[in-house]
Design a protein around this ligand. Structure first.
Ligand SMILES: O=C(O)c1ccccc1NCC(=O)[C@H](O)[C@H](O)COP(=O)(O)O
Length: 221
């Protein structure tokens, strides 16, 4: 399994071949494609279909969507090879469950945190989703609900455990990912802005540095 023995990493918002090649070479465990028109990382199904065929078996190809309808989701899944769905909007636990049943794919639900209060939602989703993505809550007025390069206070989840696998996200970089993992106990991490040189423009060098930092980090049991 890719990334076993060290921090498993997801590189989110891949839109071009150099970034994909750096992610594959650096041993990313997950590749994320963003299907959300307002995102600077939005990718169309034609381009995603081409990139997805270059991803070796063993790397999980994730489709990130935001409050998507059934028809749009079917359109993505009919043309792009996808292994997992990441729901990054206001999907209810019932909708998560419905999407999972309809598509037959594993589902990761993103939950934004800005304070203790937001932790309450986690248990509702932990019973229906296959994985959780614990991210920073988007700031008021943000145009996208994730991928804003903002970290939350990692102490909020220090020592907490959930019954399903989870990923830490929000403002991670090659410089802070080791500390973030140690403080939170995360065994999986997700990054987007922290491996970019401009919004939506992935840097192969930064991807390489980030994945090297993850390979050097052995998660606590
Ligand atoms: O990345 C986006 O553009 C995006 C758009 C809409 C919803 C979610 C989005 N990204 C979510 C991710 O999976 C990011 O990797 C995660 O939020 C961390 O982002 P960053 O803080 O930029 O590393």
């Amino acid at each position: 399994m890719r990334g076993s023995g060290h921090l498993r990493a997801k590189i989110c918002g891949i839109t071009d071949k150099p970034a994909l090649a750096a992610a594959i070479k650096g041993d990313a465990a997950y590749i994320g494609f963003v299907f959300f028109g307002k995102s600077p990382r939005n990718i169309d199904t034609t381009a995603a279909a081409v990139l997805s065929t270059e991803v070796p078996a063993g790397i999980c190809k994730v489709a990130l969507t935001v409050d998507i309808g059934d028809a749009a989701l079917d359109s993505i899944l009919s043309s792009v090879g996808i292994d997992m769905l990441q729901l990054h909007g206001s999907e209810t636990p019932a909708r998560v469950s419905q999407i999972k049943t309809r598509t037959g794919l594993p589902v990761m639900k993103a939950i934004g945190l800005s304070g203790e209060f937001d932790l309450r939602a986690i248990s509702d989703y932990a019973s229906v989703a296959d994985q959780l993505l614990i991210d920073a809550k988007a700031p008021t007025g943000a145009t996208i609900p994730g991928g804003n390069g903002i970290a939350f206070d990692w102490r909020l989840i220090a020592g907490r455990r959930w019954p399903v696998p989870w990923m830490l996200a929000g403002g991670l970089t090659s410089k802070n990912v080791a500390e973030a993992a140690r403080l939170t106990g995360a065994r999986q991490v997700d990054v987007s802005s922290g491996v970019e040189c401009a919004p939506g423009v992935k840097s192969p060098e930064r991807i390489t540095e980030f994945l090297a930092a993850c390979r050097n980090e052995v998660p606590a049991l």
